[in-house]
Design a protein around this ligand. Structure first.
Ligand code: GUN
Length: 285
């Protein structure tokens, strides 16, 4: 069975939209999300466009700030500090990756934690790993919601995450662990990856290689979550990290690319932005 991220994202955005209406009645203005894009990377441009579109759809005020790849680190940090001080900005997102002359860690740390809608700030990351209240990073949050929606019982299951990035692999592994899965974090250098992957009841793949996971790596009936967004080298078309046609024959549930995790990441960003806004408004009372 295929799990549609597009459909679930629609449901989440409808709830956020209602939340925005209530918020406007109560506080007099909608949440304001500011997305910063540095440079002209086509994938980043497309992600940022999608975020702006969803923000408008749910009724947010949405601003996209675009800067050339030559912007200095100091200039970018200055812009972020000004946004931190602006009472009418609720969420700040800097699209990654950044050009190599800019220190990404410094940029992430500079975003006020209360406006960190990505959940990337070190204080947010620490809170996640210490099971304290936090803003959950959007893609891992979306993955857990997809599994719940598909009726996959995470409790007691064996989960394998292929990929160990700060954005997806590590936080999704922690969130699965907190739902009582037994979690293995694997990566491109894992010895005998095929054997490790094929023991998974839940397989999350975020390695960034087109069709990396083949049918022989997947257990019959497994839930397969494909986080990959790649260009097929042969056709130039969008494809995931999982060979969908092959693996769909074996998996119990599987997410497609496009239309799986991607729309969920954006829907969870909308949810996080509304949550940050509400928390900040409530703290002002
Ligand atoms: N680059 C790839 N994914 C993400 C994300 O979720 N947030 C940001 N800010 N940059 C990204």
């Amino acid at each position: 069975m295929q799990i549609s991220g597009t459909d679930l994202a629609k449901e989440i955005k409808a709830e956020v939209k209602q939340g925005v209406k209530d918020a406007v009645d109560r506080y007099g203005r909608p949440p304001h999300l500011v997305v910063i894009l540095v440079g002209e990377d086509p994938a980043s441009q497309s992600y940022v466009k999608g975020k702006g579109k969803d923000a408008e759809e749910v009724g947010f005020k949405s601003t996209t700030l675009r800067y050339p790849a030559t912007i200095s680190e100091e200039e970018l940090l200055h812009i972020i500090r000004d946004l931190n001080k602006d009472d009418e900005v609720d969420g700040i997102l800097v699209q990654l990756p950044l050009p190599s002359h800019i220190d990404e860690d410094k940029v992430i740390e500079t975003i006020d934690q209360s406006k960190d809608v990505d959940g990337f700030h070190p204080a947010n990351v620490a809170a996640l790993w210490q099971k304290r209240p936090c803003t959950y990073p959007c893609t891992p949050k979306g993955i857990i919601k997809l599994l719940d929606k598909a009726g996959v019982d995470i409790n007691g299951k064996r989960a394998v995450v292929i990929g160990r990035s700060n954005i997806v692999g590590l936080p999704v592994a922690k969130m699965l662990l907190d739902r009582n899965a037994t979690v293995t974090i694997a990566h491109s250098k894992t010895t005998d990856l095929k054997k490790v992957a094929s023991e998974a009841d839940i397989l999350v793949v975020a390695i960034g290689r087109p069709r990396f996971v083949t049918a022989d790596m997947v257990k019959e009936g497994a839930a397969v979550i494909d986080v990959g967004v790649n260009r097929d080298p042969a056709t130039g078309k969008l494809c995931g990290d999982v060979d969908f046609n092959e693996v769909a024959q074996i998996a119990g549930v599987i997410t497609p690319v496009p239309g799986g995790v991607g729309p969920m990441t954006r829907a969870c960003l909308m949810e996080n932005t509304l949550e940050c806004y509400l928390k900040n408004q409530e703290s002002k009372i």
